[in-house]
Design a binder for this molecule. Structure first.
Ligand SMILES: Cc1ncc(COP(=O)(O)O)c(C=O)c1O
Ligand SMILES: [Zn+2]
Length: 399
């Protein structure tokens, strides 16, 4: 099997000095922290850079030297990534914000940015000979795991809250996953998944308990740099649940700095949550380095209904280091702006995207965003998976 040219070297712990070989089948560090992938950046810089990348086309696998998969035959892909960066035609100009862009992740396989993470993680699972993959999910990660496991010929088991929008359940079943519905939030799903890891030998693909999903997600950071001609934006607005996308992009910016691909100030990272479930915002405002569990999480943006994230300290660190913010929006704001995004820009987004647009307006009004800033609003998923939710929202709150 031919090698990919990956320059990955080891897994390292962001909390303690521990390091692990890439051939280890592992979830968390012995200290309980998520693990991250290290690379030989000098070697990578000799293999790829802006010039080489400009001649490559296709999926996120164009950055293969900075991804963890060792052998080409193990890459499990449905052509994820390489998504459009759309300049705002109406919303930005109407706010006098001329450099507002939407990174449209809804066009990924299975309808969200989760495809990137699962493509990387399932590829590594295949490479390590793991056969049974389990994940708790708010919806999109489950769809993606089921699809990529199907593509790889591996088994998947998906555990989601009973109130998850139906399309997420239907596509998991079509992809041949086994499924369980649980009363409560993704936290309860995670507890059941952990039991099944112990009792039935599944491997956990849970957000940040698995070290490679974040590597797929970080390609969003490389891509926006490349799409902006290797100039990083001033502000990135990102809807945060488990936080892999935000942490992954922050890792990508540090990597690109080491590689010499970008210079200057890194983007301010803004983490958005709903008022009904905002553990990261609360911790940010209280000056804490970790977030307390949010009791009774409520929001129609299912991906944001994450009461506690194992990578909380990494999200808060990225937001603070970048000079960013963590902010909430109301349920009304996120619904109204999902509609505005569709009606005025032609982008039919998951409600998480509406939360991002509402945040753009808030931060412009507060002066945090300046009119000549380049701002990237992340549209993380498609509205088509949320048709029932969005239809009910047309009838007004609580319907
Ligand atoms: C559409 C959408 N946006 C945002 C998120 C939150 O993503 P993350 O876990 O990377 O914070 C999710 C998670 O399920 C999602 O489905
Ligand atoms: Zn550790």
């Amino acid at each position: 099997m031919s090698t990919t040219g990956s320059t990955a070297t080891e897994l390292y712990c962001p909390k303690c000095p521990e390091r692990y070989g890439l051939d280890r089948i592992i979830n968390l560090c012995t200290c309980g922290s998520p693990l991250l992938v290290d690379y030989n950046y000098d070697k990578a810089a000799g293999l790829i850079g802006p010039e080489v990348l400009s001649r490559r086309t296709g999926s996120m696998w164009k950055y293969v030297e900075l991804l963890p998969v060792q052998h080409e035959g193990n890459i499990v892909t449905l052509s994820e990534g390489d998504t459009p960066l759309l300049r705002s035609k109406t919303i930005g100009p109407s706010l006098n914000l001329l450099n507002l862009y939407f990174k449209d992740e809804s066009v990924n396989p299975t309808g969200s940015f989760k495809a990137r993470g699962m493509s990387a993680a399932v590829s590594r699972a295949k490479e390590l000979g793991i056969e049974k993959l389990i994940a708790p999910t708010a919806g999109n990660a489950g769809s993606a795991l089921a699809a990529y496991a199907a593509r790889a010929g591996l088994k998947s088991h998906i555990i989601m809250p009973r109130e998850t929008p139906k399309p997420f359940m239907v596509d998991c079943v079509y992809h041949g996953a086994t499924m369980e519905l649980v009363e409560g939030s993704i936290k309860h799903c995670g507890e059941l998944a952990a039991k099944k890891v112990n009792s039935e030998g599944w491997f956990s693909m849970a957000t940040l308990k698995e070290p490679y999903r974040i590597e797929g997600k970080k390609t969003m950071g490389y891509e926006i740099a490349e799409q902006l001609d290797w100039k990083l934006p001033d502000v990135i607005i990102y809807p945060t649940g488990g936080g892999t996308g935000l942490i992954g992009m922050w890792k990508a910016f540090a990597e690109m700095e080491k590689l010499g691909w970008v210079t200057g100030k890194k983007p301010k990272m803004v983490s958005v949550q709903s008022e009904g479930c905002a553990p990261i915002v609360r911790a940010f405002e209280q000056g804490k380095t970790e977030a307390d569990l949010w009791e009774n999480p409520q929001t129609i943006a299912a991906g944001l209904r994450v009461p506690g994230a194992i990578g909380d300290f990494l999200i808060l660190q990225a937001v603070r280091e970048s000079g960013g913010l963590a902010v909430t929006v109301t349920e009304k704001e996120l619904v109204d702006d999902t509609r505005e995004l569709a009606a005025r820009e032609g982008i039919f987004s998951a409600p998480e995207g509406g939360a991002v647009v509402a945040t753009v307006k808030k931060l412009l009004a507060s002066g945090f965003i300046e009119p000549n800033d380049t701002v990237i609003a992340f549209i993380t998923g498609s509205g088509y998976k949320y048709l029932d939710t969005l239809e009910a929202a047309l009838r007004g709150p609580g319907s």
